[in-house]
Design a protein around this ligand. Structure first.
Ligand SMILES: Nc1ncnc2c1ncn2[C@@H]1O[C@H](COP(=O)(O)OP(=O)(O)OP(=O)(O)O)[C@@H](O)[C@H]1O
Length: 311
């Protein structure tokens, strides 16, 4: 098995500007390595460069500088492209086709052998078997999204690039899609997800990259990004004195037995713990305070106070 499913080194993309105007830097010196079998989520604000990066992975956009490798090869390689399943953000589906006819066409283009079986199987997986003979034109947004996913799944791709896969899909449908993606991963596929739905990204992906202004500002395992080195949650045995713990320097939470400790280093944390225990409180649990992905993103995009301009 390949070590890396996606590799970018020093990747830059500058969109050319109008006559004499400088171009727009959509990707700036982007370095990224995604291991085979990972579930990677790329997040970031509008205009961060996510779609530009996906276009570079698909070989439909030529980088200005730098290297991009997909499944160990150039994205221009036709055999490599055939191993990628892609769900675009904006789906263009033929309204007059039935989903079955559409999927059979995609299966044929992908060079699959048992076209009819593959199309029916994919349709069943995404929960559209009962709609096989309806026209796509009458499909809801969520049904269209499911059909797009079915098309991406055809041919057992090694890499699935999914742009907003659960957009418009109802809550039960999202659970079904997560199950399908888990099955794909278990089969050995790598997932690359671009989504503004952070709770979905959090549930599906184990590695996250945050793109802002064309730069990768954070990248790593979800636990590492959401954990904090400086904030800990402390649980004390019932019966501790909340006022004394507050006076010792701890911050109360809605749970009367749980307090937060904000400390810059382990030494200060232990000094604080000594003070808390001196009040008679018994510590029963200590763990880093985990932030959700929305908070991780907000923190990554908020400049440190020292760099903020005064109004
Ligand atoms: N064809 C183009 N010509 C000029 N500028 C472009 C072009 N495509 C994208 N851009 C610019 O490049 C930047 C990155 O765009 P991109 O579409 O990659 O962002 P994104 O992260 O996918 O945004 P969104 O979350 O809104 O979809 C934006 O400032 C955008 O205006």
């Amino acid at each position: 098995m390949l070590a890396l499913a996606i590799e970018a080194r020093g990747l830059c993309k500058t969109y050319r500007g109008w006559f004499r105007s400088t171009g727009h830097e959509a990707l700036v010196d982007l370095d990224l390595a995604i291991a085979s079998g990972a579930a990677f989520g790329l997040i970031g604000p509008n205009g961060a460069g996510k779609t530009t990066f996906i276009k570079a992975l698909l070989g439909v956009l030529r980088p200005t500088r730098g290297l991009v490798r997909v499944l160990g090869q150039s994205p221009d390689d036709p055999a490599t492209r055939a191993r990628i399943g892609y769900l675009p953000e904006r789906l263009h589906l033929p309204a007059s086709f039935t989903p079955l006819r559409f999927l059979e066409g995609v299966a044929r283009l992908k060079g699959l052998s048992d076209i009819s079986h593959e199309a029916r199987h994919a349709l069943t997986r995404v929960g559209l078997a009962g709609d096989a003979s309806r026209r796509i034109g009458g499909f809801s947004k969520g049904m269209r999204q499911r059909l797009g996913l079915a098309a991406a799944l055809l041919g057992k791709p090694l890499l699935l690039i999914l742009d907003e896969p659960t957009d418009g899909v109802d809550p039960m449908g999202r659970v079904e899609i997560r199950t399908i993606l888990a099955e794909e991963r278990a089969r050995g596929a790598t997932l690359f997800l671009n989504s503004h739905l952070l709770s979905e990204t959090e549930r599906i992906c184990d590695r996250i990259g945050i793109l802002a202004g064309g730069r990768l500002v954070r990248e790593g395992p979800l636990e590492a990004l959401s954990g904090s080195d400086t904030r800990h949650r402390l649980r004390f045995a019932p019966g501790s004195d909340p006022e004394a713990l507050r006076a010792a320097g701890l911050t109360p939470t809605p749970d009367p037995d749980v307090f937060l400790a904000d400390t810059p280093d382990p030494l200060t944390l232990n000094t604080l713990l000594d003070r808390a225990r001196a009040t008679g409180a018994l510590l029963v649990e200590l763990r880093p305070d985990l932030r959700d992905l929305e908070q991780v993103l907000t923190d990554a995009l908020t400049p440190p106070p020292s760099s903020r301009r005064s109004p």
